[in-house]
Design a protein around this ligand. Sequence first.
Ligand SMILES: C[S@@+](CC[C@H](N)C(=O)[O-])C[C@H]1O[C@@H](n2cnc3c(N)ncnc32)[C@H](O)[C@@H]1O
Length: 147
Amino acid sequence: MRPIGVIHSPFSDASQTPIQASTSEAIGQVEIYPEFSDGLQDVDGFSHLHLLYVFHCSGDYALRVKPFMDDQLRGLFATRHPCRPNPIGLSVVRLIERRSNVLEVEGVDMLDGSPLLDIKPYVPDFDIREALNTGWYATRSIQGSQK
Ligand SMILES: C[S@@+](CC[C@H](N)C(=O)[O-])C[C@H]1O[C@@H](n2cnc3c(N)ncnc32)[C@H](O)[C@@H]1O
């Protein structure tokens, strides 16, 4: 894989970065490299987008981690922890506007300079499921969102 762009966000310190896009009101700019910008046609018809990117500042991973909102060790793949064997982040953001090869978005929860791997439209028919169980998150020790 190779980056198709880079995400500009207000956050340069991981400890000050929102935990999830759904609780973030921060604005960022998704810059698409010129050789990929033709693929942005029709993107502005969607209010929300999935961004897939690299947690480029993450460290070594462990297979048991404490999630941001819990104080017990959980299996890494039952969490959204940024330190992973393949450090890929996934955030749903709101598209504010497209200016040529730059997308202005709301809801960023990634560090400035995160390499962008892909963009996909958020389509409720494809993406919304009725989640019957949310595992440890339902009984987490830390309520609400931090940061
Ligand atoms: C819990 S992750 C959730 C990210 C994404 N919504 C997901 O679920 O994949 C968000 C946290 O990862 C860390 N983070 C964000 N961007 C990063 C990057 N580029 N490198 C390393 N850590 C990052 C920050 O601490 C941030 O609060």
